[in-house]
Design a protein around this ligand. Structure first.
Ligand code: AMP
Length: 398
């Protein structure tokens, strides 16, 4: 019988599941949201009726309900042969995916201080699947792992060295699975090998980050110790002057509150005063809403500056790649961003850009562009499924 791979992505109040077959084709996916509240609900993709969840359902309850629903639907005929988990922070411990055992779980727990909002929920997903499937090999795939190749000049902050030595304060970078996927997919589309392909990859979703990938290896990235640094995001500010904390303390706003504001009330939402959603802001801007126009302008200008910054880590550039909900769908953002970079020689083809590269192998650059520009739909779930299958096979139970 077919061996299936289950991919689990746990957020603080959400759970995303995807099931792949052994040819790594996705056969079903589902989403549970508002977990641990009385509005908890779950839905299988393509099914109109929601999957019933009890009020206050936990990650574990939702997982069990959705796995039962997959079984009733006939999409999952037996227990999965391998389970892959997205884990946000692997610190300096994990340079690649790891087969879960007690030691690995302890190390992920030890990294929780670096990602207090993420690692504990990822661990609760791991605990739920281990309870449900104690004999199935499980694998952790880390958002930070792909960036563990950053050279010291890119990962060190210019801070007292003891902060790094004693508390591991450094730049880690996130969205690594997506940047990895873009680098491999770009190499494939350009008919090159990953080890000879250098790209700048921009992951633009609710969270946004950009990376320089030289010969298939991450050498710089915009996110840092936490996923707050760098680009403007949906509700996150990205870079600000660290002097802001002291300035606002003088106005009676404590650091903890500034931190909340920088994470949850800033970015596109803060600038526009309306929405964290780029599609809504583009509609508003089209109707003359000036704050939304400003939010898009700041977003694109910051992104353009970072494209330039990433060039400092490369000796050649084979492609600039866009992905994520905004990167894949917003011709406006791509056009506006690259309009700041004419000096570097980026030129878009208007029609290809408007079609999001769908009919041109992802290419959206014009014939006169100095560098190829690509749109590549990201697929982090596929990378997690592939890693889960690869490592589970080393246990020879698949
Ligand atoms: P993600 O986190 O990757 O799902 O991306 C979410 C972001 O993508 C939100 O800001 C959406 O508004 C944005 N997005 C999705 N589709 C479009 C579109 N057609 N045009 C502009 N932004 C879009």
């Amino acid at each position: 019988m077919e061996a299936n791979i289950l991919v689990v992505n746990c957020g603080s109040s959400s759970l995303k599941l995807a099931v792949f077959n052994s040819r790594l084709e996705k056969i079903v996916s589902a989403l549970a949201e508002r977990l641990d509240t009385d509005e908890a609900f779950a839905r299988i993709a393509g099914v109109d009726e929601p999957t019933a969840l009890p009020s206050g359902a936990s990650h574990q309850t939702a997982l069990r309900a959705l796995m039962d629903a997959f079984r009733n639907q006939g999409t999952l005929k037996q227990d999965p042969a391998a389970i892959g988990h997205r884990v946000v922070h692997g610190g300096e411990t994990f340079r690649e995916a790891a087969l879960l055992d007690e030691d690995v779980i302890k190390s992920i727990t030890d990294c929780s201080g670096l990602a207090p909002l993420h690692n504990p929920v990822n661990l609760s997903g791991i605990s739920a699947t281990r309870n449900l499937y104690p004999h199935v090999p499980q694998v952790a795939v880390f958002d930070t792992a792909f960036h563990q190749t950053l050279p010291p000049r890119a990962f060190h902050y210019a801070l007292p060295e003891a902060y790094y030595r004693d508390w591991a304060v450094r730049r880690y970078g996130f969205h690594g699975t997506s940047h990895y996927f873009m680098s491999r997919e770009a190499a494939r589309l350009l008919d090159r090998t990953p080890a000879t392909t250098s790209i700048i990859s921009a992951h633009l979703g609710n969270g946004c980050s950009i990376s320089a990938i030289r010969d298939g290896i991450s050498v710089d990235t915009s996110m840092g110790l936490t996923p707050l640094e760098g680009l403007v995001m949906g509700t996150r500010s990205g870079d600000v002057d660290p002097g802001l904390f002291d300035f606002l303390a003088g106005k009676g706003i404590p650091a903890s509150e500034v931190h909340e504001v920088l994470n949850k009330e800033s970015g596109l939402l803060g600038l526009s005063g309306q929405s964290n959603d780029m599609r809504s802001l583009c509609d508003l801007a089209d109707h003359g809403h000036k704050p939304s126009e400003l939010a898009i302008d700041v977003f694109c200008f910051r992104l353009a500056k970072y494209v330039g910054a990433m060039m400092a880590s490369l000796t050649t550039l084979d492609a600039l790649v866009f992905t994520g909900g905004i990167g894949e769908n917003s011709s406006r953002v791509r056009h506006q961003t690259l309009s700041h970079l004419r000096l570097l020689g980026f030129e878009l083809d208007h029609d290809l850009n408007n079609c999001n590269g769908l009919y041109s192998d992802g290419r959206i650059d014009s014939a006169s562009s100095r560098f190829p520009v690509l749109v590549i739909p990201t697929n982090e779930e596929l990378v997690i499924a592939r890693e889960a299958l690869r490592l589970a096979e080393t246990t020879q139970t698949v």
